[in-house]
Design a binder for this molecule. Structure first.
Ligand SMILES: [Zn+2]
Length: 179
C-alpha cells in the first residue's frame, strides 16, 4: 500500500488526450503510444478518431465515465483531479488524472504518473481478487460509498475511492430517490 498520495509529484512527462462533444478522441500527446504500451494497453496505441466508448467495454466503467463526463461538461465544477491505481502483472502504478472542461463540449484528460513499483505475481493476483463493488445509480449518476450516495466528484476527488489498489466493479443500481 502506498503512503499518502498527496505527497507525490509527477515523476515524468504527463500524457494527455482530448475528446470532442461526441466523445471522439481528436488529439493525443506525442508520448501517448509509449504510455499505452507501458500500461499493458497495446490495443490502445491507435485511438485517434475513435470514440472513447470503443475502448471501455466494461458496462460498469462505462457508467462511471458517463457520470464523470456529464458532471464535468454540465455540472458546477469545470474540472476534477483524482488519484487512481493502474496495476499490471509486472508493475504497480499510481496516477493522478486531471479532467478539464474545454470549449464546445470538449474534455481534456491528462495523466500524471505519481509512482511506479515492481509488481509480483502474488500481489497482482491479490489485486485481481480483491474486488470492491460500487453501486452507481443510472438516473442521478450518484455512487454509493460506505452506505452513502454521493456524486462522482465527491467519490473520486473527496473520498478518493480509486487510490487504493482494489479491482473495482461498478454496477448499476437505482438509489430509490425520486427524480
Ligand atoms: Zn439515483
Amino acid at each position: 500500500m502506498y503512503p499518502n498520495t498527496s505527497d507525490y509529484t509527477a515523476v515524468n512527462k504527463p500524457t494527455y488526450f482530448l475528446i470532442d462533444a461526441d466523445d471522439k478522441i481528436i488529439e493525443t500527446s506525442n508520448n501517448w503510444k509509449k504510455f499505452a504500451v507501458a500500461n499493458d494497453g497495446e490495443h490502445l496505441t491507435d485511438v485517434l478518431d475513435t470514440k472513447i466508448w470503443q475502448h471501455l467495454c466494461d458496462p460498469g466503467m462505462r457508467l462511471l465515465y458517463t457520470a464523470l463526463f456529464q458532471e464535468i461538461r454540465f455540472g458546477p465544477e469545470h474540472s476534477i483531479s483524482f488519484v487512481y491505481h493502474c496495476d499490471g502483472p509486472n508493475t504497480q502504478r499510481l496516477y493522478r488524472m486531471l479532467v478539464e472542461r474545454q470549449s464546445a463540449g470538449q474534455l481534456l484528460f491528462t495523466n500524471f504518473l505519481l509512482k511506479s513499483a515492481p509488481n509480483t505475481q502474488a500481489l497482482y493476483q491479490r489485486y485481481l481478487s480483491s474486488h470492491r463493488r460500487i453501486k452507481v445509480c443510472p438516473h442521478c449518476m450518484r455512487l454509493k460509498i460506505d452506505g452513502e450516495w454521493m456524486n462522482i466528484i465527491e467519490a473520486l476527488a473527496g473520498v478518493e475511492i480509486m487510490k487504493d489498489n482494489y479491482f473495482f466493479i461498478f454496477e448499476s443500481s437505482n438509489c430509490g430517490q425520486a427524480q
